[in-house]
Design a protein around this ligand. Structure first.
Ligand code: HEC
Ligand code: HEC
Ligand code: HEC
Ligand code: HEC
Length: 131
């Protein structure tokens, strides 16, 4: 009589299927973001701004990544491109360069700007830069 061992093909298939079901992809980096990284500022005077990336964008109903992660070419906004793989500080220096606003101004214009124009979201310093 033939001996069946655990490497019997159907058993292997079941093992592979079980391990596939138990495998979850790692959470994306922005999933767990709770605040904006302020390490590009020399001696930051405020606490980093609260920003629960995914939860914020869901609550605010923002679906276009390039609402924030924009791309400019020759001074023009490129509509369908996104720079989500780059940091704001990759293009925005602590000091403004030509038409490119400083890093602080870029954040304030984008974040506070939307809150102020939509009347939703915090505009007071201490609401974002919480103790
Ligand atoms: C909508 C949220 C928001 C509000 C409101 C806001 N900020 Fe900010 N601010 C940010 C973000 C985001 C940054 C980028 C770095 C960080 O997280 O601190 C920043 C950066 C800064 C910086 C440069 C980094 C540092 O700590 O030195 C200063 C100074 C600052 N803010 C001051 C203020 C002041 C003063 C007010 C009120 C007039 C204010 N902010 C209101 C979001 C906000
Ligand atoms: C309301 C503005 C806003 C929107 C909308 C937005 N993001 Fe972001 N995202 C940020 C900010 C701010 C950071 C931090 C950037 C930095 O540190 O320079 C960030 C960082 C990231 C990072 C880097 C995470 C890390 O820790 O390295 C990824 C990836 C990302 N966003 C993906 C996305 C995707 C995908 C979308 C669309 C589904 C999106 N973002 C929409 C503001 C936004
Ligand atoms: C790939 C480079 C690049 C990245 C990454 C980038 N920016 Fe910009 N941004 C620019 C350039 C270039 C300008 C100047 C555009 C012009 O010529 O008027 C600009 C202008 C701005 C302005 C003023 C004009 C406007 O669109 O309202 C804001 C606000 C701003 N950026 C915020 C941000 C924030 C916040 C982030 C990160 C979430 C970011 N930017 C990431 C290149 C970039
Ligand atoms: C296109 C519009 C828009 C932009 C850009 C935007 N926000 Fe908001 N934000 C909102 C809206 C809408 C709400 C209110 C959501 C709700 O109903 O609770 C909000 C709420 C918030 C809150 C309070 C609720 C919470 O999630 O804790 C914080 C803090 C905040 N935003 C920080 C930021 C920061 C920091 C940035 C820039 C990196 C930013 N926002 C960019 C629209 C925006």
């Amino acid at each position: 009589m033939k001996k069946r061992c655990c490497f019997y093909p159907p058993v292997m298939v079941v093992i592979v299927l079980i391990s596939l079901c138990c495998w979850y992809p790692p959470a994306a980096a922005q999933d767990n973001m709770k605040s904006v990284d302020n390490s590009d500022f020399i001696n930051p005077s405020r606490s980093p701004s609260v920003f629960h990336h995914d939860a914020h964008n869901e609550k605010a109903g923002i679906t276009d990544c390039n609402t924030c992660h924009h791309v400019y070419k020759d001074g023009r906004l490129v509509k369908d491109e996104s720079s989500e793989d780059r940091r704001c500080a990759d293009c925005h220096d602590v000091k403004a360069v030509g038409n490119t606003p400083s890093l602080r101004r870029a954040f304030h214009l984008r974040c506070m700007g939307c809150h102020a124009t939509t009347g939703r979201g915090p505009v007071m310093c201490g609401e974002c830069h919480q103790k």
